[in-house]
Design a protein around this ligand. Sequence first.
Ligand SMILES: Cc1ncc(COP(=O)(O)O)c(C=O)c1O
Length: 400
Amino acid sequence: MNIKKDFPIFNNKPLVYFDNAATTQKPTQVIDSIVEFYTKHNSNIHRGIYSFGEYATVLFEKSRTQVANFINAHVSEVIFTNGTTGSINFVALSWADKFIKAGDEIIISAMEHHSNMLPWQQIAQKKAAVLKIIPVTTGYELDMQAYEQLLTPNTKLVAITHISNVLGTLNDIELITQKAHVVGAKVLIDAAQSVAHCKIDVKKINCDFLAFSGHKLLGPTGIGILYIKNILHNQIEPLQLGGGMVFEANIANPTWLQSPHKFEAGTPPVAQAIGLASAIDYIKTHINFDHLQKHEAALCSRLIDGLLKYPEIKILGPIEQLKQKGHIVSFTIANFHPHDVAAYLDTFGICVRAGHHCAQPLHKALGIESSIRVSFYGYNTLQEIEFLLEKIEQLLISTL
Ligand SMILES: Cc1ncc(COP(=O)(O)O)c(C=O)c1O
């Protein structure tokens, strides 16, 4: 793939950026769209009668349409939030707070990011509901047999990540959703790690909620998406009340606008929405998901083969799957703390992630505290992998 030239951050200094699961870099097109909004069109939206303000509103709502088309949703099903975390917390504090009752069951998995674990743990505690956890197999995949056994008529929600931000495991979310619906449970998909790497089609998945962040999708920080299936709109109360979400405000009986506006009180992240739409536009015109997946899998393959030469290195993830469609490779090196490895690699301009990656229960289940994570996007190259492997080899040789 030849897209690195589109990302100006790589012009500043030598940078081998392998922390794309944390956040991706931004193409010029995205940066320019934000600058252009603030320099030429800045105005609040849904308020101004003057044409200047109306144009900002048009740009903002056009962004929503672009997001909706990107995930095959209707515009009314696309809610702007501040990120995946904001989206999941919204569902916990609005839908779950209303519908989860004592004795109900919520199913998550052992590979969830804290953002898709803590909100459910808190709701379960508050409501005296039961939080059930799908275990991860020794092959680093979801234990689907255990999942089926956990499902009961009391299951009200299944909240699952599409791709693990540590293991890189790609979960079969269509099957998971289908099985949850059989017992009448709703399904929330955390698409934070997948939306920039493969086609998301909410109709095909048939989930009830889906969350992702703009900044992991080549877009700006401060914006995320919550997809809410349209049949749920009237059942869900707005979490925040204020300007922009009210149809009629009166003292006795205020009424709300329809979705999505009823869920977006206050001034929304206008410039960020425009930046996100520009990121989607960039992906549509410059990135073919099949090519991207092949490219990233080739990087995973080379990295895994290079690392497996060393008996002291352990890969945490489903190796064969990662070699075919992965973009995240986590590992440990015996006798080296991940922080020390990351700090060492940093001296060569290589950015990798070290720590628990906001998945402490997963690390605990694997019997470790932390790991080293290398995560790719289309601008990473095989030469960068060779450079990384060379530096790891030097580290290991230096301690012989
Ligand atoms: C799987 C997963 N879910 C949720 C999040 C939280 O995303 P954000 O911090 O953008 O809200 C992340 C971020 O790394 C993630 O990887």
